[in-house]
Design a protein around this ligand. Sequence first.
Ligand code: FAD
Ligand code: UDP
Length: 381
Amino acid sequence: MDLLLVGAGLSGAVIGRNLAEQGHRITIVDGRSHIGGNCHTERDAETGVMVHVYGPHIFHTDDEEVWNYVNAFTRFLPYKNRVKTTSQGAVYSLPINLHTINQFYGKTLRPDEARAFLETQADTSITDPQSFEEQALRFVGPDLYEAFFKGYTEKQWGCSPTELPAAILKRLPVRFNYDDNYFFHRFQGMPEEGYTPMIESILDHPGITVHLETMFDPDTAADYDHVFYSGPLDGYFDYRLGRLGYRTLDFERFSDTGDYQGCAVMNYGDRDTPYTRITEHKHFSPWESHEGTVCYREYARECGADDIPYYPIRLVEEKALLNDYVALAKATPGVTFVGRLGTYRYLDMDVTIREALDTAQAFLAHAAESSAMPAFVKSPL
Ligand code: FAD
Ligand code: UDP
């Protein structure tokens, strides 16, 4: 079959590769001048530093099949994400761990003591936390919430943490030991040469043709047996019901020599520091050595029509609009909506790959049984 994939990010690359391996002819279009979507990395011409162009990307997963998949296409080197945060004039370790608690309160608590101590800080009257703020007050109490989460979250999401779901904070653990690994997955690493060569290698198959700087033209869809679309769900329908809300990011890039901040990611918890974090890219490749350094100051704001959509907001209003777009998508035969934009969800890379593998599998199983192609809309709700 002739299949069109919109987007040469991880979703498009993995689906394309798996279907090409089964003998299908794959055409991929991407509006950007490079493959890799938001995982794109490139070396800075001046310093040689590998830059995560659309923000810091660390690969972490519990999914062994996905881990084996990415390792088949590139060499991963061990990398642990150790994030620091600057707040109220001091530097602390994240996620909140025993070091953070002892440093913040000037104590020398052991694990059980720290657990009992935090329980005295927590608001135990909150039995079923619904909002981000309730989740924070219930589990870490007001002092740590104010220092590390409140201001940062207001900057990141542009609203009060009382309006955000508890699920956003649940992404971060609180640890009563000195483990400062930001993630808790079994497999974690960084591709030695960045993500773009990995995705290039996934796309390197005689059945795949990639056209860059080419936007999807809906009029061409009829030339293909099926379309996999990893662009914005509302964009596919010309935003006819309105725009799904996103946060966008501005990266203020600056170069220096030596070591600017001593770590890859430094968060800024205070509300009056306008940026959320500074990323120093060379620390993502600790096996390399560079005299110069490249940093990004990261600012979050509401996403306008010409901005890159980064984080889906998914508050109550967006969910109603999303339902309407999902109904439209389900009524669009011959198109499968995939990936972080096509399903309007925040998806880590490993989940993106897992869903892409499953989507390709489901498509192949269906194609083996029937000649009519279904829409294959994965419900984003
Ligand atoms: P994308 O990467 O967005 O690719 C979609 C592609 O489609 C783009 O290249 C776009 O140009 C193209 N496109 C869209 N519309 C059209 C159109 N109409 N015509 C032609 N082309 C089109 N995940 C992790 O696992 N670890 C991390 O540390 C991590 N950090 C992140 C940090 C940030 C700031 C963000 C925003 C995400 C992060 N992620 C991380 C998630 C990761 O970026 C995604 O999992 C991944 O990019 C999803 O791939 P995708 O192919 O679905 O989407
Ligand atoms: N967060 C925070 N302070 C921090 C780091 C994270 O308040 O120093 C909040 C913020 O709201 C963020 C959420 O915790 O969106 C989840 O953190 P994660 O690191 O997963 O952030 P994201 O992937 O959203 O950037």
